[in-house]
Write a protein that binds this ligand. Structure first.
Ligand SMILES: [Zn+2]
Ligand SMILES: [Zn+2]
Length: 277
């Protein structure tokens, strides 16, 4: 018999939804994206695994495959080889690319892109190739996790968690769709990057700071995406909170909003003007 879970008020349901949304959302924005893909920040391994698991348990699949896909996106932004550009169609950039990833990225290219992650046995265990096995493994862990939630709080807790994960999935995919559209509502650019990347404030709020995507494409090494006073970057606030607790270090931050350096090359991105905190 599971412990009693009393989601008997709208407020408690909303609070639990928010906690799940933030844990799984941060798993993607901080874990998969800023930490593993761009190495904008360093932290202890236990904390890194805890944060990345938030993304993994929201059905994001192998971190190695995700990171390879994302690095390829930065190297080929809005070009034919970009895995999820809206230039290939809005449905493709929202979800279709997941079923066609092998058209854009071979397993050899995945290995080439992520040599740094291959040194970690946990990331290797979660899958090094774009294949059904790593998808099934992720599905298995996601199912086990929800069984655990069921034991703790019954079916209500599981339903709230799944709805929160669906919301996280939609908000993060909106970055691919909306922030690379040639035109989007309430969008603007701070930098003249040589791609279609946009800052979209409402995607920024929903995707915990990832919607300030033109800032990000200008300087992918920066852990901070929201640069102007109204660019609310929740993931950056989390990083600053962890810094106060002395749990993160080597934090890269964009130095100068007026810096107009642009590039598609990851090697050259390492040389962008950033400052370590
Ligand atoms: Zn992008
Ligand atoms: Zn990125």
């Amino acid at each position: 018999m599971h412990l009693a879970f009393q989601a008997n008020s709208g407020l408690s349901v909303a609070l639990i939804f928010l906690l799940f949304y933030l844990y799984h959302g941060i798993g993607i924005t901080l874990g998969y994206h800023r930490l593993l893909s761009h190495k904008c920040v360093s932290m202890p391994k236990w904390l890194m695994y805890f944060i990345v698991m938030g993304g993994y348990l929201s059905f994001m699949g192998s971190p190695i495959v995700w990171v390879a896909m994302h690095r390829s996106h930065h190297q080929n932004t809005d070009l034919a080889k970009d895995p999820h550009s809206p230039l290939h169609g809005l449905f493709h950039s929202f979800i279709g690319w997941m079923f066609e990833l092998s058209k854009y990225l071979s397993n050899d290219e995945i290995k080439q892109q992520t040599k740094d992650l291959f040194t970690d046995p946990v990331w290797r265990f979660l899958g090094t190739k774009n294949c059904y096995k790593q998808g099934l493994l992720c599905l298995g862990f996601c199912t086990l996790y929800r069984c655990l939630l069921f034991c703790i709080g019954g079916v209500n807790l599981v339903i709230i968690n799944i709805i929160a994960c669906c919301a996280v999935f939609i908000s993060t995919q909106l970055v691919n769709v909306i922030c690379h559209k040639p035109q989007a509502w309430f969008s603007y650019r701070n930098y003249p990057t040589n791609d279609n990347s946009l800052n979209v404030w409402w995607v920024g709020i929903l995707a915990l700071g990832e919607g300030f995507h033109n800032n990000h494409h200008h300087n992918p090494k920066s852990a901070r995406h929201g640069l102007r006073w109204f660019e609310f970057d929740f993931t950056w606030l989390v990083i600053m909170g962890l810094k106060k607790l002395r749990l993160v270090w080597n934090i890269y931050n964009t130095k100068n909003l007026n810096d107009t350096y642009t590039t598609h090359s990851l090697d050259r991105l390492e040389n962008l003007e950033t400052t370590k905190l």
